[in-house]
Design a protein around this ligand. Sequence first.
Ligand code: C5P
Length: 423
Amino acid sequence: MGNSHDSRDTIHLQNVEGASNSSGTQENAAIKKTVLVGVTGGIAAYKSCVLVRDLQKQGFRVKVAMTEHATNFVDPLTFRSLTHEQVAVGLFDDPEDPIHHISLADEADLFCVAPCTANFLAKLAYGIADDLLSTTALAMTCPIVIAPAMNIHMYENPATQHNMQVVSSRGIHIVEAGSGYLACGYTGKGRMAEPEEITSAIVSILNTPQDYQGKRVLITAGPTHEPIDPVRFISNRSSGKMGFALARCAHARGAEVTLVTGPSQLSDPAGVHVIRVETAEQMFDACDQNFEACDFAIFAAAVSDMRPARIHDHKMKKNNPEDDLSEIHLVENPDILKTLALKCTHQKTIGFAAETNNVLENARRKLDSKHADMIVANQVSETKTFGANNDEAWLITHNGETHIPETSKDNLANKILDAALKL
Ligand code: C5P
């Protein structure tokens, strides 16, 4: 059942306690999803025993792999007794399986690192593979969930915070640590989330519908940079977060996703084909090449409407009489959405309208003028839309309008994807 997270398997929700003897387990194993729990060296490792139990109660087959350090906190025998499975620790432990890290990764439908130490988080962020668990992590193609646990100062350290952002932007799910009394004597953030919370995150990830399986989705994201000279350009405040959220969510729902993004700080979402461009013309070319093959095209990029007519080959200077800095002659960029929507054969096209005034009116007009099947309208303000993690939107189609109250961009992305399937 390796990598069956891509399939339409339903999760077996029966309570398997007490069914761990005999043929019942064997039969269920054919349809059960496998969760590999990675235990790293923190005192919260004792809570991983409860996590294993909770996951089993949800009907999952659970396997455990541990770091050497973790074995100082909980003996592998404890997990072996709980799971009735071998517990993997060293890279070369299993003489029967010389490439154990690959077989472990292949049979997992989800990998959950709990507790995840600051050290293991750093290894995940940088792709370091120097023991069985980190090597297995690098070989994973299934969803990954981590539950960090550490001292409050380690948690708040900018290095740890940065690593969390890195792994999160790659699609790794973080079940955030809670606040409370820590084993080190401090009180604050750093306690591993409760097993119940981790289990519920895992259930919801593995329950994600695969309703985009077999569908190809083209998405644009981010701003464009329109060069003036080698050091200056015209751009806007778009961060790319909405387009990247759409790409992540469409991929999680089984789609084959191509993301064409302008300059953005965000890392490539796992499993998504990412094409990085700078200018509107480059974005147009990349979309044009990928449009025919797609089923849905979602244009979330904030494309510059205009570009400088001339790109100076030297840095323009205010005291150079040939460089008139007071005037830049602009020409119009291709309208990617409008041009491609006119070429539609079977594709559904979705545009965005980020407006400061008359949001709905402008968005309704855009639905017709751009020949789109749906427009996602947002109100732009100082704190909303550009760079924010949450947004409020109106989904406008030829059949009606739906208001989505403020929610995370991931939730909004899923609502847009739900609506797109109904077009
Ligand atoms: O015309 P306006 O820029 O407001 O339209 C916004 C919508 O059109 C967005 O979906 C945006 O990605 C798309 N667009 C485009 N090419 C342009 C300008 C906008 O695809 N040159």
